[in-house]
Design a protein around this ligand. Structure first.
Ligand SMILES: [Zn+2]
Length: 691
């Protein structure tokens, strides 16, 4: 059984949605991320436990006692099991021999145990233990090529020892799970944890299931999933329950402190309250175990829900805020690993509100990538004669807000307005050329606006402003229609660029009649001061607001000048009845070029549209995949059919599929994973084909 796990969707950070294929015949799949619930005799005796968890996806069993056909294949035939033997590897081998038949069947996989009685040992001792473990594990992997296994990675706090595991993980295809054991026991080591995760993600097959076990509490689950962990072992909660701890997600409370139970699960509803007093009751520990496991499982359900239907990143930030190590880990990941994580993170989300919570949100990978792409791909329209800087609005897209409608009422009075470049200043995205107001995340972010910008927000906006204004001639006038709070941004920018900024007079609000009058006066005064090299008349076909937008959106998506290559004859746009989409047609030839979708803020090009892009480049360098065959069948392209690809692939971006000689386009689609996945994996889903 080679085919065991597949990634279905990449989400922000390293997070991903996948599925474990336990049995293809029986269509027995386990969705990840997921939590693994421990099965213990004491729990199995509790009617409530069985009732609560009998339909749970995945369990760990640690006693040989449970390796029975009647249990695994009959009573729990639709659940998955991981056998985590707590003893030594010799004893484990004996169990393997005895149960080979059972273990080669469907729904159980065993972890090769790595148990030593102590966790803190010196490096030399750790090195020997690992070598010894790997030697024995290798023997087992060799002897049972038909069985799938998980391997336990223990580092004993010596990150450099991770290197020892890599050759074996690469060599044996029957290793399906990497169990990072004790990896997360001490979050103050967050820099090392990140180094380890990044190493695993960038050097090993991305089809390996990453499991986390050890001293893990549910509060960390969101961040672990963000780091790409697929399975989390919850058995530590049994230990905590025995130590009389009650988990509320935010806190782990010693039971004696509890006066109000913030939960009405089976255990809390039963007599947990009554026995709170009773210090050493086994019944209490059983009930506590049940409550703690239910809480953990509920938390994981939230993660699964938000991962799919909400902005997961906001949840990760919110859950990490009150823990200094967790939030530091997230910040370091954002700042120091952006060049890696950007190939894992889609910059597209559909119909979701992206809530910015403050400094923790400023450097989200999708925001950073958005800024980077705008700065790299946006080019001035050659007919621009004036730049107007405007404040942002709470309503998105900006042009539908009251304030921007008022700005428009002035700006559009001028017949020359298509030669004005409007730029909107905003936190934390930076500065947004008007043409890009409909794309993600500009179309959907939300942040509390009090009029006070912190130094980081000012830095982000002014640096981006400098990079964009630099693309314009220094003598082009820039009118700022902004309140005081924005002046600091402009002040910082003027230190780095020679351009001249002119300020309107603001009376009370930027939308007051007098302020708008000042805007009007300045536009009349400056609109003819600068003569662009190219006249607008030459570009008459491109002066409509939506055409201007589409050209820049295409540049943003496909690289500088892509827009003009695709829309070389001008554009006819067709509103679709559902009002969610606008069709793009060539003005002259009437060819369908693509479709813009309001909800995603992206243009999906047709093959004709894409062909214009490819044939105008001498050589394709970006956004392509070479298919090793003639015809694609079905609507998914798998890794096995791909012989070459560009290194800039980002999940959910569009990709062109070329034939094996790179002579023609044979399709296009949306990426499920990015270049890093392609680089490290031999199998898996890569592209959803739509054309
Ligand atoms: Zn409860």
């Amino acid at each position: 059984m080679n085919y065991f796990f597949e990634v279905i969707a990449s989400k922000i950070g390293f997070s991903r949605i996948g599925r474990i294929i336990l049995s293809k015949q029986r269509k027995l799949y386990i969705k990840t991320p997921n939590i693994i619930i421990p099965v213990k005799s004491s729990l199995m005796k509790q009617f409530n436990f069985v009732q609560e968890f009998e339909n749970h996806d995945l369990f760990t069993i640690s006693k040989e006692f449970f390796l029975k056909v009647a249990f695994i294949r009959e009573k729990f035939r639709n659940n998955g099991f991981i056998f985590t033997y707590p003893g030594n590897i010799q004893k484990f081998e004996e169990i393997l021999i005895k149960n080979r038949n059972l273990l080669s069947k469907d729904n159980i996989i065993s972890l090769i145990p790595f148990n030593i009685p102590t966790t803190s040992i010196n490096k030399e001792f750790a090195l020997n233990e690992i070598k010894n473990y790997l030697f024995k594990a290798q023997k087992i992997l060799d002897e049972y090529p038909d069985l799938n296994f998980g391997i336990s990675i223990r580092l004993f706090d010596y990150l450099e020892l991770l290197e020892l595991y890599l050759p074996i993980v690469r060599e044996f295809e029957n290793i399906k799970i990497l169990n990072l054991s004790g990896f997360f026991d001490n979050f103050s080591n967050y820099r090392n944890i990140l180094k380890g995760i990044v190493k695993i993600k960038t050097e090993l097959d991305n089809n390996l299931i990453i499991m986390a076990s050890g001293r893990i509490i549910p509060k960390c689950y969101p961040l672990l999933v963000y780091l790409g962990i697929d399975l989390i072992d919850s058995s530590y909660l049994l230990f905590l329950s025995a130590e009389n701890f009650y988990d509320t997600i935010e806190y782990l409370l010693p039971i004696y402190k509890l006066k109000y139970l913030p939960c009405s699960c089976l255990a809390c509803k039963a007599n947990l309250t009554e026995i709170l007093e009773n210090k050493y009751s086994t019944e209490k520990i059983d009930l506590l175990s049940l409550h703690n496991l239910i809480t953990a499982n509920n938390h994981m359900n939230k993660i699964k829900q938000y991962l799919k239907f909400e902005d997961f990143r906001t949840f990760v930030e919110k859950s990490s805020f009150d823990d200094t190590n967790l939030i530091s880990m997230l910040k370091v990941l954002d700042k120091e690993y952006f060049d890696i994580i950007k190939y894992e993170t889609p910059i597209k989300q559909k119909s979701k509100i992206i809530r910015c919570l403050g400094p923790s949100s400023y450097y989200r990978p999708d925001f950073q990538q958005f800024r980077e792409k705008v700065v790299n791909n946006f080019e001035p329209e050659p007919w621009t004669r004036l730049i107007i800087l405007l404040p942002c609005s709470a309503k998105k897209p900006y042009s539908e807000s009251k304030s921007h409608k008022r700005f428009y009422s002035i700006i559009r009075k001028f017949p020359e307005f298509p030669t004005f470049q409007e730029i909107i200043l905003t936190s934390p995205l930076g500065c947004i050329p008007r043409q890009l107001e409909n794309i993600y995340p500009v179309n959907s972010y939300d942040i509390s606006v009090t009029g006070e910008w912190d130094s980081e927000e000012i830095k982000i906006a002014s640096e981006m402003l400098v990079k964009i204004i630099k693309k314009y001639e220094p003598n082009i006038p820039i009118i700022c229609h902004l309140k005081n709070e924005y002046y600091e941004i402009i002040k910082k920018a003027t230190l780095k660029i020679p351009h001249k900024f002119i300020f309107t007079d603001i009376y009370d609000k930027v939308t007051s009649t007098k302020s708008l009058q000042s805007l009007q006066e300045l536009i009349s005064e400056y609109q003819h001061k600068y003569e662009p090299k190219e006249s607008r008349l030459k570009f008459e076909n491109y002066s409509k607001s939506w055409t201007r937008k589409f050209i820049k959106i295409l540049d943003y998506q496909f690289g500088p000048r892509a827009g003009m290559k695709i829309i070389s004859n001008g554009l006819k746009s067709i509103r679709n009845r559902s009002a969610e989409e606008i069709g793009l047609k060539d003005l002259k030839t009437q060819e369908k070029l693509g479709v813009f979708n309001y909800l995603t803020g992206q243009i999906k090009l047709t093959t004709q549209g894409l062909e214009r892009l490819v044939y105008s480049y001498d050589q394709m360098k970006a956004n392509y995949i070479v298919f090793d065959g003639d015809q694609i069948q079905g609507n998914t392209l798998f890794r096995t059919g791909i012989s070459d690809y560009s290194l800039d692939l980002i999940p959910s971006n569009q990709v062109v599929i070329l034939d094996k000689n790179k002579r023609k386009i044979i399709g296009c689609g949306e990426l499920i994973v990015g270049s890093n996945f392609l680089k490290n994996s031999k199998s898996g889903r890569i592209v959803k084909i739509y054309e």
